[in-house]
Ligand binder design. Structure first.
Ligand code: ADP
Length: 601
């Protein structure tokens, strides 16, 4: 801040200080008039000269009106001409001083005895000079000329016109007091400019900080955008890697080949997990994460987490249990983030436990806030535990406790993301752990209780358990997808699910196929396709169905985007649900089965 443009001094009376001067001085003229009247009317001789009193009063009044006019002009203008305004203020103050001294000289002349009138005059002069100092603090030059004009002629008039010896005391008083006021005025002037410069410097710093903040936000946004674009680009080929690995594993392989494919599969899934974590992490850092506020069943979310993780529990001798207290059927909040928090914690518990039990305990307590309850989720494991020192650090980003187990991998981001999500949702998170015995991670989250009408409505999308249907009804599927690898993977997955598939490579082709005599049970729609994207194609299909009075065909979005905004766009265009790439065979199977059971229609 060395070359600050704010190193102003008295010599550079600027628009701020001029406005300040105008504001401070706007009513000052009234006091000259009142003080003059007080002195004049307390003298019987002066009262006889009402015409002269009128002349002085008129001068004071005119000067006061001029002050008000100047004030209005200066305060309403954004482009003040300082070079013309400054002399006008000099004129007002110098004239006020001259009129005041002339009025006092006249009073001394007609009333030379130091009496009540003179005393009042002296007190008024003292008051006026103090007021003048405060008002003229922005300009030393103005203050100096005002004092020279008011103090010395005033003293001269008193010395010459008042009777001796009182006149000498009065002269001494005027000069002594005048000098004292002048020195005080100088100090005030210095303090005024110091304060003004400090103030301006502060506002300059605030401006610079604001600029830096915007810059930092822009940089954060660019980083988040880059990561979003990059992860999107990675998702599409990863769909190929994971899909092909899954197809391979379903084929006729010997044991060694099966193991090799499992390694590809696991590595691919871990990579996707890391990519998702990094994306979330950057979104949270860029404060881009939007939380949903929709009614949902927390019981369903817990079921989904358990169901998703349950295949892993076949690999270790660990029992997964869940105890849910009496909690409200529906709450309002973000089910996706609750899912993510629980998935991370139960996933970690599994990762760091070799045998025993992992339990999810859910309870509910009242909140101080109206219509809000607090759900508490305790994830307890009988795993390796965490030492007290590490318990302090595990919520920091990229912190990992060093383990000697090469099978345990991670990024050190899971808990820090979970903690930040919990903070964003207004909750708390804590850990208790004993090394070698196990850990308990407890999360409390406030949720709003939905209103009565919401409670009576069916949930938009039921998140009931993913039941595996035994109804193997063959479905006819339209797959709109331009990527050859994805076409191949989906086609083979669908064939394995006993379905037949028609392919469309663009949105336009999908529309043509839909318009033909063929009837489809499901449409899988890639969002980004040439000619016409999946969103537009869906809107068109929904319109055709409406025009022709057809039942709606379930449309499932296939998208490599994971942003909530894209998911929302899918639903808004008329799609029933979405599947993020890379998807697994189980994901397609679950959707196909849901359609078979009429759960998506
Ligand atoms: P990572 O992805 O590396 O697991 P996390 O942020 O999820 O990162 O966890 C950070 C560290 O906290 C882990 O390296 C692990 O040492 C420890 N940790 C997390 N959960 C548990 C648990 N349930 N039991 C023991 N240690 C845990």
């Amino acid at each position: 801040m060395n070359n600050s443009r704010y190193t102003l001094g008295d010599q550079q009376l600027n628009d701020i200080s001029l406005k300040d001067l105008a504001r401070r001085s706007r009513y000052g003229g009234v006091f000259y008039l009142l003080a003059f009247w007080a002195a004049a009317f307390s003298s019987t001789t002066a009262r006889e000269h009402i015409d002269i009193i009128g002349v002085f009063s008129g001068c004071f009044l005119l000067l006061q009106i001029y002050r008000l006019v100047l004030f209005l002009k200066v305060s309403s203008s954004n482009d003040i001409d300082i070079s013309t305004c400054f002399p006008r203020y000099a004129f007002i103050y110098n004239s006020s001083a001259i009129v005041w001294v002339s009025g006092s000289a006249w009073l001394f002349y007609i009333n030379p005895i130091v009496d009540l009138a003179v005393t009042i005059n002296m007190m008024a002069a003292a008051g006026i000079s103090i007021g003048g100092v405060t008002v003229l603090a922005p300009s030393y030059k103005l203050m100096r000329s005002y004092f020279v004009l008011i103090c010395f002629p005033f003293a001269l008039a008193a010395g010459l016109l008042l009777n001796e010896p009182g006149n000498l005391i009065v002269v001494g008083l005027i000069i002594g007091y005048g000098l004292f006021i002048f020195i005080t005025g100088k100090q005030q002037n210095r303090v005024y400019w110091q304060a003004l410069n400090d103030n301006l410097k502060l506002s300059e710093q605030a401006e610079e900080l604001e600029k830096a903040k915007v810059e930092a936000e822009r940089a954060g946004q660019a980083k988040a955008d880059f990561l979003a674009a990059m992860t999107h680009e990675i998702r599409t080929p990863m769909n190929g890697v994971l899909g092909m690995a899954q197809l391979l594993s379903m084929g006729d392989l010997n044991e060694q080949q099966q193991q090799q494919v499992t390694v590809i599969n696991n590595a691919g899934r871990t990579l996707m997990h890391i990519i998702n974590n990094i994306l979330d992490y950057s979104k949270i850092n860029a404060e881009q994460l939007e939380l949903e506020k929709i009614p949902f069943s927390s019981r369903n979310v817990i079921n989904e987490v358990m169901l998703l993780l349950s295949p892993q529990f076949d690999k270790k001798p660990i029992k997964l249990t869940c105890a849910i207290d009496d909690i409200p059927e529906l709450v309002r909040g973000d089910p996706y983030r609750l899912h993510q928090i629980l998935y991370n914690l139960v996933g970690n518990a599994f990762k760091f436990t070799d045998e025993g039990e992992i339990s999810i305990e859910v309870s509910c307590k009242e909140s101080d806030e109206k219509n809000t309850i607090i759900l508490s989720f305790a994830i307890r494991d009988s795993g390796i535990g965490i030492s007290p020192e590490n318990q302090q650090k595990i919520f920091e980003q990229f912190y990992q406790v060093s383990h000697f187990n090469p099978n345990i991998r991670g990024t050190g981001l899971g808990l820090s993301i979970t903690k930040r999500l919990v903070d964003l949702m207004g909750g708390t998170m804590s850990v208790e752990s004993i090394v070698g015995t196990g850990s308990v991670f407890t999360v409390t989250l406030p949720f709003i209780l939905p209103s009565e009408d919401v409670l009576n409505q069916p949930l938009l999308e039921s998140t009931d358990k993913f039941e595996i249907s035994d109804v193997q009804r063959p479905l006819h599927i339209l797959l709109a997808e331009d990527n050859k690898v994805n076409q191949m993977i989906c086609e083979q997955f669908f064939l394995k699910l006993g379905c037949s598939v028609d392919l469309a490579e663009t949105g336009v082709m999908a529309l043509e196929k839909f318009n033909s005599s063929q009837r489809y049970d499901i449409i899988f729609m890639d969002c980004n396709m040439p000619e016409m994207d999946g969103f537009l194609a869906t809107v068109a299909i929904r319109q055709i169905e409406k025009d022709k009075g057809f039942n709606q065909t379930p449309i499932i979005a296939l998208t490599a985007h994971v942003e909530e905004s894209v998911k929302r766009k899918c639903l808004e265009s008329g799609m029933n649900t979405f599947l993020s790439k890379p998807f697994l065979f189980e994901d397609l199977e679950s959707i196909v089965n849901k359609v078979r059971m009429g759960k998506i229609k």
